[in-house]
Write a protein of this length. Structure first.
Length: 565
């Protein structure tokens, strides 16, 4: 049997793993038959862990030792303002590590977010190996389209910790589009509205056969179904305080129990007009019971949560603007992510696009299925050496006779190259792989005088791409230059996020401004940045070190005992 490549949707709340066998995607279940696996890790005092559905119950029983939503912190520095806002929502301490990254403090041990995600991936890998009866070592892993360089690097490190080779990182909405349109011969423009547990993305794509061209993408890494749950938790806390006069908001164990209730209420309101639950808590520091009957109807839920959905629609407006499109130009609307099961979300998004959403795909599983389709196409390409390898091309790319890919320096508005590419695909009867043309979600640049970002990589540029800038030294005989690197869509540094710094060393000394260095930024098909520098006087490449803020190599080992109950 040839190597199998699994597709993994590594989600904030839940994860899914799929494999494509003989052209049929199979979503892999756990031993109880569950196909959706909570992205949770429960730590026992002896160091062993429980992952997935078996860990979910421990979140209520022992919240201080059950780590969840690690994806919300992955690849972020500790001092990130969004990280600071999230800290109060966790029942365990978040502390700063020596490298400036956040760590989950559990049983006197510090766990990085990628370490938690690594354990989840290791668990999923184990499920796949048990189900398929063979070793699994390669994967396609999906990430939010809005993930930046640091978050993508951290996700790859999580896979390394789990013993998985990542053949591609693919954006979640693009994976969903693959599952929706691959092999269907569609020619249309599609909006992928991806509302998950902790992140939101909107991506506009043009489908032309098996060519999937992303026209624009936008997102929010801190908007998701968790926000609905938190609103309901606050409503129950307010009801307790109004009825009994006790403020329970500072009791983290109470908040976690109420969050489990809130999730059930939210799910029930998807099918019912009104829900009533009985909740019992205790006066802090005593055994005095506080019994609450909490009733919520769908209209009240909608009033409490309408602004959350409105925020997602503002992001949809942004994506349309970047694509230069009107809502009426969208042919089909695809809803992805568990939060799109909420009737309020379905209604508002349908009204916004004036389109009924596609209903024949599973919003929880579609991203993983698309990743598995991509994985299968890679295996097919490797098994047939005379056909072209799976290409992810930019809008100025062309395919050579030997199957290699050439990339033109300029991008024009002529789409005739896509028609040529489709004809080339038809001529290659053995090739069944899709062509993905993704884009950069953020601009990349360096800080300059006056707090301005000099943009080197533009937002919404088709991948892969390369851009260059020329820099000169500011002092005589200067041998070292440090350039702070930022990601964001504003020219003002303060509105963007610092990814890290680029350090150029061993520069030959010379008069200031006479030493000119070409710095080339390259972003590959995974959305990963690499940099090279060339001394224009000598033509020699200089040593370049890209330091991502708050990220160092994480060393953790996993074995089968980590998964024991």
């Amino acid at each position: 049997m040839s190597d199998l490549v699994v597709g993994i949707d590594l989600g904030t709340s839940n994860s899914v793993i799929t494999v494509s066998l003989e052209g049929e995607p199979i979503v892999i279940p756990d031993e109880q038959g569950n196909r959706i696996h909570p992205s949770m890790v429960y730590f026992r005092e002896d160091g062993r862990t429980v992952v997935g559905n078996r860990a979910k119950g421990h979140r209520v029983e022992d919240p201080a030792h059950t780590v969840f939503s690690a994806k919300r912190l992955i690849g972020r520095p500790y001092n990130d303002p969004d990280v600071k806002l999230l800290m109060g929502s966790f029942p365990f301490p978040i502390v700063e590590a020596g490298d400036g990254s956040p760590r989950f403090h559990v049983y006197d041990q510090l766990h990085p977010p990628e370490g938690i995600s690594g354990r989840v991936l290791h668990y999923l890998k184990g499920l796949a190996q048990e189900y398929l009866g063979q070793e699994i070592s390669k994967a396609i892993i999906t990430v939010p389209a809005n993930f930046d360089e640091g978050q993508r690097r951290a996700t790859k490190r999580a896979a390394d910790l789990a013993g998985l080779e990542v053949l591609r990182l693919i954006n979640e909405p693009t994976a969903a589009a693959l599952a929706y349109g691959h092999g269907q011969g569609k020619r249309e423009r599609v909006a992928i509205y991806d509302f998950g547990g902790g992140t939101f993305d909107i991506t506009i794509l043009e489908l032309r056969g098996d060519v999937f061209q992303v026209l624009s993408t936008a997102g929010d890494s801190y908007l998701g179904g968790d926000d609905f749950d938190n609103r309901l938790v606050q409503a129950m806390l307010n009801a307790f305080e109004k009825q009994y006069g006790y403020d329970l908001s500072g009791e983290m164990s109470v908040r976690q129990r109420l969050k489990a209730v809130a999730e059930d209420v939210k799910h029930s309101l998807s099918d019912r007009e009104s829900v009533t639950v009985q909740v019992t808590e205790y006066v802090p520091g005593s055994l005095t019971e506080l019994d609450l009957e909490f009733t919520l109807d769908r209209n009240a839920f909608d009033r409490r949560c309408a602004d959350i959905v409105d925020k997602s629609l503002e992001t949809c407006e942004e994506a349309l603007r970047v694509a230069g499109m009107q809502r009426a130009e969208i042919d089909h609307l695809v809803l992805v992510g568990g939060s799109t099961r909420v009737p309020l979300v379905q209604q508002r998004v349908q009204q916004f696009f004036n389109r009924r959403p596609v209903v024949d795909i599973n919003p929880d599983e579609v991203v993983s299925i698309g990743a598995a389709i991509l994985g299968a196409s890679l295996v097919t390409s490797q098994d047939a050496p005379e056909q072209s390898h799976f290409p992810m091309m930019n809008a100025g790319a062309s395919m050579n006779a030997d199957g290699s890919v050439s990339v033109d320096a300029q991008i024009d508005n002529d789409d005739s190259w896509i028609d040529s590419l489709e004809q080339e695909q038809q001529r290659q009867q053995q090739s069944r792989g899709p062509v993905l043309i993704d884009v950069t979600p953020h601009a990349l640049g360096v800080a300059t005088v006056g707090g301005v970002m000099d943009i080197i990589i533009e937002r919404n540029g088709s991948l892969p791409l390369e851009r260059s800038r020329y820099f000169s030294t500011s002092r005589d005989n200067q041998t070292r230059v440090v350039l702070p690197i930022y990601a964001g869509n504003s020219r003002r540094i303060e509105d963007n996020r610092q990814l890290g710094s680029l350090e150029l060393t061993d520069i030959p000394p010379g008069p200031r401004e006479d030493v000119k260095i070409e710095v080339a930024f390259e972003v590959d098909t995974d959305g990963m940045l690499s940099v090279r520098a060339t001394d224009m006087r000598t033509g020699m490449n200089q040593f370049v070190r890209l330091s991502i803020t708050g990220q160092t190599e994480v060393e953790e080992e996993y074995d089968a005992t980590d998964l024991l109950m």
